[in-house]
Design a protein around this ligand. Structure first.
Ligand code: KIV
Ligand code: ZN
Length: 516
């Protein structure tokens, strides 16, 4: 029997995923997700669009420096300044890729680019050659390929292969394709392009009609050997193809696919939770693979079947994608070494002893309130510690909230702002509202609350609550996280974390629509 081909998994959570309105990530958050993706063993991590803003450039450079076992990629339009910026951002990468793109559909060429097809081919070829000055790993994307003419796609792909492109990406940018037709497009291009064997065919599908995964898999059946996807299907509008669904589909049906990925699928749930927590985009309970109900067998008939033989109703094993029963891992008497070792097992490391000490002291506080500490608690605790980094301008010192039947809730808060302690008081519709108003009375951020969400990290009434707050000000969006066994304190921490990010953040350009 012949060995299956490798299906390259190109994760774009940090780039296309971040383009979902509200899903912005800081440099440190990108590094955390980048490290988790490396542990998942994805082949390529697209870390951002370096020309978009200083923050994006820094994010790509930081991921390039931190990640060693995956290729790190930066996006660039087919313009010299974009390519040079991407090349610069990837300088520290062990293995870097430049991904350059230009639109190829009649509608985009005419209305967006205002260029004729000859000019588009010329610019694409020039861009690929320029990118080759920085790396020999160059990907070219024909934006809106899903609505482009096959003759033109064949022409431009043949030209960019000759110019040095090693991956040809076929994006269904607006989610317009149908599975059989998209698969057929890949098949015909591979047959018609004379040098098609010199490059890997890749697909990048959006989910506007709910077909991103189906279209990607149809392309794989027709010879595509790279799929661009995101954790939890995050991405522009309705999102991108979901990584976990693609990977588990080819793994579960080896009888239908002649390729396999090299991913460690047991890391999928950890990555999903991390991305959801950092972006504030919850995972719907019935979401395939990573939804809370994905492996729950509620009905009596199913339970009976699963107990007799799990294959009766289960096509995958929950543990293969990283769903583990809440397992107590540490407790009040666990020492610093046990703490550090468990975090290392979870793929979490600290940049300094100071950061480790801060996390350990939080762990001790938590263990006083909560007897059993699970992996999920440790993840949240680390988010919390890293969120409250040492150089943040606003810090929570103390919070007191009164909430009583028949009385208006009231909050008193003390914050440290640029190392000065400042008190604030306010009343509100509920204790969380009062706390947020008391914080605002000090920081006067003027930001608008766009999202407030609370999740319990584990079960039980002593579980920690994990809160995400999204704030918007003048087009800038920031997500803040906080975790605590007290929901109001977790909420205040999340609000302060978002305020700190608003104070730091800058506007950034969109690769496909924004001017840079
Ligand atoms: O959807 C798209 O076309 C893109 C390209 C930049 C690859 O994201
Ligand atoms: Zn896209």
């Amino acid at each position: 029997m012949s060995q299956p081909d490798q299906l390259i998994i190109f994760d774009t959570t940090l780039r296309d995923g971040e383009q979902s309105p509200g899903a912005s990530m800081t440099k440190d958050e990108k590094v955390r997700i980048g490290k988790a993706l490396e542990k998942l063993q994805v082949d390529v991590i697209e870390a951002g669009f370096p020309i978009a803003s200083h923050g994006d450039f820094e994010g790509v450079s930081a991921v390039a420096k931190a990640v060693k076992d995956s290729i790190v990629c930066g996006l660039a339009r087919a313009l010299d300044k974009d390519i040079d910026r991407a090349g610069e951002a990837l300088k520290k990468a062990n293995s870097g890729r430049i991904h350059t793109f230009i639109a190829t559909s009649p509608i985009h060429m005419q209305h967006k680019l205002r260029m004729n097809p000859d000019q588009v081919v010329e610019q694409a070829v020039h861009a690929v050659k320029r990118a080759r000055n920085y790396t020999d790993n160059v990907e070219f994307s024909a934006e809106d390929a899903g609505r482009s003419e096959i003759d033109f796609l064949c022409r431009i792909f043949e030209a960019v292969i000759n110019a040095g492109a090693t991956t040809l990406n076929v994006p269904d940018t607006v989610g317009y394709a149908m599975p059989h037709q998209f698969g057929d497009l890949i098949h015909r291009m591979r047959e018609r392009i004379p040098n098609s064997d010199k490059a890997i065919f890749s697909v990048h599908c959006h989910n506007d009609l709910g077909l991103a995964v189906a279209n990607s898999l149809s392309a794989v059946s027709n010879g595509a050997r790279q799929v661009e996807c995101t954790i939890n299907g995050l991405g522009e509008r309705a999102g991108n193809a979901s990584l976990e669904e693609i990977v588990m589909a080819v793994r579960t049906r080896p009888d239908l696919f002649s390729c396999q990925t090299r991913l460690d699928t047991t890391q999928i749930v950890t990555c999903s939770k991390l991305v959801s927590n950092i972006t504030g985009f919850p995972v719907q309970p019935n979401k395939a693979i990573v939804g809370a109900n994905a492996f729950a067998h509620e009905s009596g008939i199913h339970q009976d079947g699963v107990l007799k033989s799990r294959e009766t109703y289960e096509i995958m094993r929950a543990e293969d994608v990283g769903w583990s029963q809440n397992r107590m891992v540490l407790g009040k008497h666990s020492g610093r070494n046990a703490f550090r070792t468990r975090l290392e097992d979870l793929g979490i490391s600290f940049e300094s002893e100071e950061e480790l000490n801060a996390a350990f002291s939080r762990f001790k506080d938590l263990a006083d309130k909560k007897h059993e500490i699970f992996d999920e608690d440790l993840q949240a605790l680390v988010t919390d510690t890293k969120t409250e980094s040492f150089n943040e301008r606003v810090k929570l010192i103390a919070l007191k909230v009164c909430s009583e039947t028949g009385e208006i809730p009231h909050a008193e808060v003390i914050l440290s702002v640029d190392s000065e302690e400042e008190p604030g008081v306010a009343s509100g519709g509920g204790p969380v509202d009062a706390a947020f108003k008391a914080i605002e009375s000090i920081v006067n951020s003027g930001a608008e609350l766009q999202l407030y969400s609370v999740n319990n990290i584990t079960s039980g009434t002593d579980a920690q609550g994990e809160v995400t707050v999204r704030l918007e000000k003048g087009g800038r969006i920031a997500n803040g996280q906080g975790a605590d066994t007290d929901i109001v304190i977790a909420s205040a921490k999340a609000y302060i974390s978002a305020v700190n990010k608003i104070l730091e953040s800058a506007l950034k350009a969109h690769p496909q629509t924004g001017d840079v």
